[in-house]
Design a protein around this ligand. Structure first.
Ligand SMILES: *Cc1c(COP(=O)(O)O)cnc(C)c1O
Length: 637
């Protein structure tokens, strides 16, 4: 029985079987079904037969786990590199299995034009594209080199040309703590041949750089794949940039940062490699499936071509002043809000006011995404209500949801702070219906599909320069929420598409953040200068939201004041003022809904259909087939 591929890891667990699991990925009305192939690690049947034969049955059975543990867990970190041995084994395991699969398929195709002994790999880069989704599969570069040079007996230079033409690399973050830098000693132990190959790749690369910049030793140090120091490390992103023919970021601003900061030295040498591919979302899941009410009224106005060509949504701009359409859009939103309110009440016994403004921030919990800034706004609103309870307030339900990585203490404290603030505010009779704070537990795609169609306001408030793209922002825009956000990630292009005055843009731009870094960010200045901010921080510090444990949030406050890498206080004032503008507009439902329509109409760029076709034509070198794929031949009775 052929179960899969043999993957060999040096020492310890010498041989593991890679068993494929295929998931069909049906195209939308295009008579095509692709395959997503995942791998499971299996101990082969003869595994530790040695131990079995000498009578140690128990050890033999236990040892099978060593092999099968490789695919047992997914590391739950978001934007964080954890240099664990098991993680490196996982990365090599999926790369090794996938490359054996690719090579087998190529050889069995007519292009692997074999003479009796050798495969011809000349057409390999035309028929195979390996898109490195971040650096996690970066071992594909030395693994392909190993296969071509060691197994297929190809000359190094030719193998390198084929490898580069085949591989392309997508960068997903510029946060330094997320970049994979594996200790050399781990490679010495587990992947010694790959280490040799990486050294050889690096040597030839540094020779080329040295020829271009004679005497510039600091540049050689900066551009090396190997980082010297107490612990020698392999910089996987550098390996990817060198081994790929195309390198891209995932939104325009991010791709500019990739060129001008993170990989500037590499851009100086090979500018033609660098591209942008702005992320997208599928309109089948994120409109038709999750929001059929909205999809239907759009189709009534402009037909249903938008489903496969989302740019068609621009036709909705003709109906911004169509009062009955404005009314219908507002009605669908209200129905979605009622439905989500009923869901919260049924499943979690939480009662919310469905006519309040639904202010939603759902995403992984991370300091750079600044859920804390949202939290400071919530407390500011609470203080304003308490100070002048007779004043009219625009009622708000603030919903925050997302998971913290299990080992990320500050992210867990952020959740604790939000739920503690919610507990005080939601039970204060003076506040009543005007402000509610809900923590959405177990945020996942199925919950996203429910909450996003019900949202009025989408919170996209990362520090400028930190969110590579975001895709949540796009889902909300397509589902008729207005965005409050910074000029970061894809927000920049959303503002460009819809017009900046149809979003609530606030705060520092990338240039402002850089200038503030140069000057030195001092959170205390903002705390001293802004009375409302000072009051909020003092309340958190003094246990107002944790009366039984007054010191609970002292680490959070200490971080905000003394070592906040993401400069929450610097954007506080602009954010609070911008939120007041949100309230102003929300009081006029007609004007609010016109902006909603403009946003939906201008969200077409953010279809993943556009994204994928750009990868296909500009990186993989494939064009759409001129002939349509015929339907399967269904036999008639
Ligand atoms: C879209 C999505 C994300 C990404 O959200 P961002 O706001 O772009 O970080 C995360 N989790 C789930 C469940 C999603 O559906």
């Amino acid at each position: 029985m052929v179960m899969g591929y043999v993957v060999s890891l040096h020492q310890e667990v010498p041989i593991v079987l890679a068993m494929p699991y295929d998931t069909p990925v049906p195209g939308y009305k295009n008579n095509t079904v692709n395959t997503m192939r995942l791998w499971s690690a299996k101990a082969p049947n003869e595994f530790d037969l040695q131990e079995f034969n000498v009578g140690d049955y128990i050890e033999a059975v236990l040892d099978r786990n060593l092999a099968e543990n490789i695919s047992r867990v997914l590391y739950p970190n978001d934007n964080f590199f954890e240099g664990k041995e098991l993680r490196l084994k996982q990365e090599y395991f999926v790369v090794a299995a996938t490359l054996q699969d690719i090579i087998r398929r190529f050889k069995s195709s007519k292009f692997g034009c074999r003479d009796p002994v050798r495969t011809c790999f000349d057409t390999f880069p035309d028929k195979v594209a390996i898109q490195l989704n971040d650096t996690h599969p970066a071992l594909a570069i030395p693994e392909l080199m190993r296969i071509l040079v060691d197994l297929e007996k190809m000359e190094w230079e030719k193998a390198w040309e084929i490898t580069k033409k085949t591989c392309a690399y997508t960068n997903h973050t510029v946060l330094p703590e997320a970049l994979e830098r594996w200790p050399v000693h781990m490679f010495e132990k587990m992947l010694p041949r790959h280490l040799e190959i990486i050294y050889e790749i690096n040597q030839k690369h540094l020779d080329e750089v040295a020829a271009m910049f004679p005497g510039d030793v600091d540049r050689l140090r900066r551009m090396s794949v190997i980082e010297e120091g107490d612990c020698k490390r392999i910089n996987m992103a550098h390996l990817c940039v060198i081994g790929a023919h195309a390198v891209n970021g995932v939104a325009r601003i991010h791709s500019e940062i990739v060129k001008n900061s993170v990989f500037k030295d590499f851009y100086d040498v090979e500018p033609q490699k660098f591209q942008n591919k702005t992320n997208g979302i599928t309109p089948r899941r994120w409109l038709m499936l999750c929001n059929p009410g909205l999809a239907d009224i759009i189709a009534e106005k402009i037909g249903d071509d938008f489903v496969t060509d989302l740019s068609q949504l621009r036709k909705l701009l003709d109906f911004v002043d169509d009062e009955s359409f404005v009314h219908d859009i507002a009605k669908v939103k209200q129905e979605n809000k009622l439905k989500f309110s009923a869901y919260l009440e049924n499943e979690y016994k939480i009662k919310i006011n469905p006519s309040s403004l639904f202010d939603v921030q759902v995403k992984r919990i991370h300091e750079y995404k600044r859920q804390l800034l949202n939290c400071l706004h919530i407390i500011t609103l609470y203080n304003r209500i308490k100070k002048d309870p007779s004043k009219t307030f625009v009622p708000r339900t603030v919903m925050i949801g997302g998971k913290a990585a299990p080992g990320y203490h500050m992210a867990k404290m952020i959740i604790k702070l939000i739920t503690s603030v919610a507990n005080i505010i939601n039970n204060d009779p003076v506040v009543g219906d005007r402000l509610k704070v809900i923590y959405l537990e177990n945020y996942r795609v199925s919950l996203a599909e429910k909450v996003i169609p019900a949202a009025d306001l989408s919170e996209q408030i990362s520090t400028a320069g930190t969110e590579a793209s975001g895709t949540g922002n796009m889902k909300f825009m397509l589902n008729g929420a207005l965005t409050i956000g910074t000029m970061d990630g894809a927000n920049v292009e959303m503002a460009e598409e819809a017009g900046e005055d149809n979003l609530f843009i606030f705060g520092m731009r990338v240039e402002d953040v850089e200038a503030l870094d140069k000057k030195g960010y001092n959170a205390k200045e903002y705390y001293d200068r802004i009375p409302e901010l000072r009051e909020v921080i003092n309340q958190i510090r003094d246990g107002h939201f944790s009366p039984t444990e007054p010191d609970l949030f002292k680490d959070v406050v200490n971080m905000l004041i003394n070592h906040d890498r993401f400069k929450v206080f610097a954007d506080y004032e602009a954010y609070i003022k911008c939120q007041a503008k949100v309230d102003q507009l929300y009081m006029n439902l007609r004007e609010w809904t016109k902006k909603v329509i403009k946003n939906i109409a201008c969200s077409g760029k953010f279809s993943s259909d556009r994204t994928i076709s750009e990868y296909a034509t500009q990186i993989w070198g494939v064009e759409p087939s001129a002939v349509k794929i015929p339907p399967p031949n269904i036999p008639r009775e």
